[in-house]
Write a protein that binds this ligand. Structure first.
Ligand SMILES: [Mn+2]
Length: 320
């Protein structure tokens, strides 16, 4: 028995520079990976935030509840040492939970401007973003803000769908915004790659498309090599639609497609990407109402955790 009771609720009691700490998995104030909530980004490397917007979805809605579910599931990930990394990412990186982008539900057509303003405020402080959707449309305003800050980027895109269907420049559509982003010059399709695709779009629009059956055939190490070949040394925005995973591993999403990646395959690929110049990340399309046993939310939380570990590994490599 220790003489002081264990402390918890570091979502609001945490201090800058605080590494991992023990906290009860099943209770307490929730933040992503138990990071402290803050909008003061002085000295912060990564701001995690949620975009609870799902009005651009084509089938089942509900991804607006994704950020909340991912934060809850992340309490399990936060308790454990970072496998297989061998370090505490928070010894190497200062990460805060910035909270969520605020919407007025009656003004859905303002979403692009509202999300861009949310991202601009973070990027202006040279803080990287890890963003949880929301449906995949939220990536479009995030790319606009990132391109203003970084210039045109390579996109590394995990998804069952191409998300490059016909776009007139005005749609709120989670299936067409990447064509718009490409046409606007936010991303360079010739240096961008789509992984896990298993729906037919006859026009690649210049993107390198690698299907889920191809991933199953060649395995994660070859996928990493192919991503490196396509993006080279370009700045990379990584977007992870949870429906890249098979519905067996991610049932909680709006437009599931059988035949996808396993969680293990996806994590193995992501863990190999520390050689890329990563400038921003999002994980989208988690819809908790269709989830079972938090499978999908836990997968998304682990993807988010491992993306932070990638940045921590880069920091460790570059430190003397
Ligand atoms: Mn998508």
């Amino acid at each position: 028995m220790t003489d002081t009771p264990p402390e918890g609720d570091y979502a609001f009691r945490g201090r800058p520079g605080q590494p991992k700490w023990p906290e009860m998995v099943y209770g307490g104030a929730l933040s992503f990976l138990r990071r402290r909530y803050s909008r003061d980004l002085d000295g912060v490397d990564v701001a995690v935030s949620g975009i609870p917007f799902d009005s651009a979805t084509s089938n089942r809605p509900g991804a607006r509840l994704g950020p909340r579910a991912i934060r809850a599931a992340s309490s399990m990930v936060a308790e454990l040492d970072a496998f297989p990394w061998g370090f505490d990412p928070f010894d190497l990186l200062e990460v805060v939970d910035y909270g969520d982008c605020q919407f007025d539900f009656g003004y859905q057509h303002h979403a692009v401007a509202v999300i861009e303003a949310h991202a601009d405020a973070i990027l202006a402080t040279d803080t990287k973003m890890l963003t949880f959707g929301g449906d995949h449309f939220v990536t479009y305003p995030l790319l606009r803000a990132h391109a203003r800050h970084h210039g045109p980027m390579s996109l590394v895109h995990f998804d069952a769908h191409s998300d490059t269907w016909a776009d007139d420049g005005d749609r709120l559509d989670h299936g067409s915004m990447l064509l718009r982003a490409s046409r606007e010059g936010l991303i360079d399709p010739t240096r961008s790659i789509q992984i896990g695709i298993r729906t037919v779009n006859p026009d690649t629009h210049g993107f390198t498309v690698r299907t889920a059956p191809w991933v199953h055939e060649v395995g994660p190490a070859a996928v990493v090599e192919e991503i490196e070949r396509v993006v080279g040394s370009h700045r990379v925005y990584l977007t992870f639609d949870i429906d890249c995973l098979d519905p067996a591993f991610a049932p909680g999403t709006g437009t599931p497609v059988p035949g996808g990646l396993s969680t293990a395959q996806a994590l193995e690929i992501l863990r190999g990407l520390a050689g890329l110049d990563l400038v921003g990340f999002d994980v989208v399309e988690v819809a908790p109402a269709y989830d079972h046993g938090e499978i999908t939310a836990l997968a998304a939380a682990t993807v988010g955790h491992d993306l932070l570990c990638l940045l921590a590994e880069q920091r460790q490599r570059n430190s003397p």
